[in-house]
Design a protein around this ligand. Structure first.
Ligand SMILES: Nc1ncnc2c1ncn2[C@@H]1O[C@H](COP(=O)(O)OP(=O)(O)O)[C@@H](O)[C@H]1O
Ligand SMILES: [Mg+2]
Length: 377
C-alpha cells in the first residue's frame, strides 16, 4: 500500500540518526546576555540534532535567537547551560586548543561580511587558506576557481570598496567555503544577492553536502532557497518550535494521502498531521497496544507485520501501510484488540491529543474516519 517511490529505510534512518552520525547535537541549551539586573535570557531549552551531510534551514522572527544559537555552535560564544556537541566535541567547558581545531573545520558566513578593506577579493579569501595552513601554490587555483564559480572571475583583484554589496557577500561566501569545512554556518547568506547568485550559492552548498558530507546550517528568510533544505527548523522567542524533516514530511503526506481517512483533508492539514507523526520501533514479539487499555495513540505501519489479537485469538494480520488504534481514540473506549509485532516494526504514530485536534478542526476528517470504522466492523 505504501508508495513504492518512498525509501522507508532511508526515511527511518534520517528520522532516528545514530549518535555517531550527528555533526551537531544541541541538548537543553539556554543562553543569557548581560549581568545582574540586566541579565536577560534569550535561548530556552533548545534541542536540535543535525546529521552529517544534512542541510538545515533555520527561520524565525528577528530577535528570536537564531544568531545567538549559530554563534554558540560556531564556538564564537561560550556555552552557559546545556550540552552542545559539534563534530564530536563537547563545547561546554572546551579548551582553547580544541576550539581552534573546531574553527578550522568550520566555515562561517555571517551577515556582516567583515572583509579587509585593504585586501583584494583574492587576498581576503587567501587569508582564510593561510590561517588553515594551506600552501599558496595549492590554494591559488582553488581561490580563483571558487571566485569564478561565484561570478567574481572579473573581479578577483578588486578591493571591497569597488565591489557591490552582493559581490562582497560572495567574497565572504568564498572565504567561508574555501577550506572545505566539515560544517558551514551561514547567517542570511543570500539576503544581499539577486535570485541567480542566490541559487548559485545554494547549489555550491548542496554540492559540498553531497560530495564532501559537509553539514550546513543556514539562517534565512529567503523563501527562494527553502527547497534545498533537508530539514527546516523554526525559532520563536528563543526556542526551536518546529523541526520538519522535509523529505519525511512529503513522504508522510504521500502515505497519508493513500488513506481513506485522510482523504478530504487539505494538503496543508495533511502536512500538519504528517508533521506531528513520530516514528516508533518495535522488536518481534513486542506488544504495541493492549486490549482493554486506554488508547492514546494512532498507528500507521511504515514497515513490518503485526498480529491483531482479540480475546486471545489472532483475528487479523496487518502489514505496511495498514493502520490501527483509531477506534478507541475516536470513541473514547478502551482498546478493542491487542496488537503484537511479528517482525521488526516501524510505525508512524500520532498522539491522541494531536489526533483529536486534527479531527476537531476538520469535519470531513471525522466523517471519513467514522465511515472507515463502520466499514471495518
Ligand atoms: N551581544 C548581545 N548583547 C545583549 N543582547 C543581545 C546580544 N546579541 C543579541 N542580543 C539579544 O538577544 C536576542 C536574540 O538576538 P539574536 O540571536 O541576534 O536573534 P536573531 O538572530 O534571531 O535576530 C535579542 O533580544 C537581542 O536583542
Ligand atoms: Mg540574526
Amino acid at each position: 500500500m505504501i508508495n513504492e517511490d518512498i525509501d522507508i529505510d532511508q526515511l527511518i534512518a534520517a528520522w532516528a540518526p545514530q549518535p555517531h552520525e550527528l555533526s551537531v547535537n544541541v541538548d537543553g541549551v539556554n543562553h543569557s546576555y548581560g549581568e545582574g539586573d540586566l541579565r536577560k535570557q534569550v535561548l530556552f531549552n533548545n534541542r536540535l540534532k543535525i546529521r552529517r551531510g544534512e542541510i538545515v534551514i533555520m527561520t524565525g522572527p528577528s530577535g528570536s535567537g537564531k544568531t545567538t544559537l549559530l554563534t554558540l555552535i560556531g564556538t564564537l560564544r561560550s556555552v552557559q547551560e546545556g550540552s552542545l556537541k559539534v563534530l564530536g566535541t563537547e563545547l561546554k567547558g572546551i579548551n582553547a586548543r580544541a576550539t581552534t581545531d573546531l574553527r578550522k573545520r568550520t566555515g562561517f558566513i555571517f551577515q556582516a561580511h567583515n572583509l579587509f578593506e585593504s585586501l583584494s577579493a583574492f587576498q581576503n579569501v587567501g587569508m582564510s587558506t593561510e590561517l588553515m595552513g594551506m600552501k599558496h601554490t595549492h590554494a591559488k587555483p582553488k581561490i580563483e576557481a571558487t571566485l569564478q564559480r561565484l561570478g567574481l572571475g572579473q573581479r578577483i583583484h578588486y578591493k571591497p570598496k569597488s565591489l557591490s554589496g552582493g559581490q562582497k557577500q560572495r567574497v565572504a561566501i568564498a572565504r567561508g567555503i574555501i577550506h572545505q569545512p566539515d560544517l558551514i554556518l551561514a547567517d542570511e547568506p543570500t539576503a544581499a544577492l539577486d535570485a541567480g547568485s542566490g541559487r548559485e550559492v545554494v547549489t555550491i552548498f548542496q554540492e559540498m553536502a553531497r560530495e564532501h558530507g559537509c553539514t550546513i546550517l543556514i539562517v534565512t528568510h529567503d523563501n527562494r532557497i527553502l527547497d534545498v533544505a533537508d530539514r527546516i527548523v523554526n525559532m520563536v522567542d528563543g526556542s526551536i518550535h518546529s523541526n520538519v524533516l522535509v523529505q519525511w514530511n512529503s513522504a508522510m503526506c504521500q502515505i497519508l494521502n493513500d488513506f481513506p481517512v485522510f482523504r478530504g483533508l487539505t494538503p496543508s492539514a495533511i502536512s500538519q498531521v504528517a508533521d506531528m507523526m513520530e516514528l516508533k520501533r518495535y522488536s518481534p514479539g513486542a506488544q504495541i497496544i493492549r486490549q482493554g487499555a486506554i488508547g492514546d495513540e494512532f498507528f500507521v505501519i511504515g514497515k513490518g507485520v503485526v498480529d491483531v489479537i482479540v480475546d486471545g485469538e489472532t483475528v487479523n494480520t496487518l502489514v505496511d501501510g495498514a493502520f490501527f488504534g483509531e477506534v478507541s481514540l475516536i470513541k473514547e473506549q478502551p482498546r478493542n484488540a491487542t496488537v503484537i509485532a511479528k517482525s521488526d516494526v516501524s510505525c508512524f504514530v500520532l498522539s491522541k491529543d494531536e489526533f483529536q485536534a486534527v479531527v476537531e478542526s476538520n469535519s470531513t476528517f471525522e466523517e471519513e474516519l467514522r465511515k472507515a470504522i463502520f466499514m471495518r466492523q
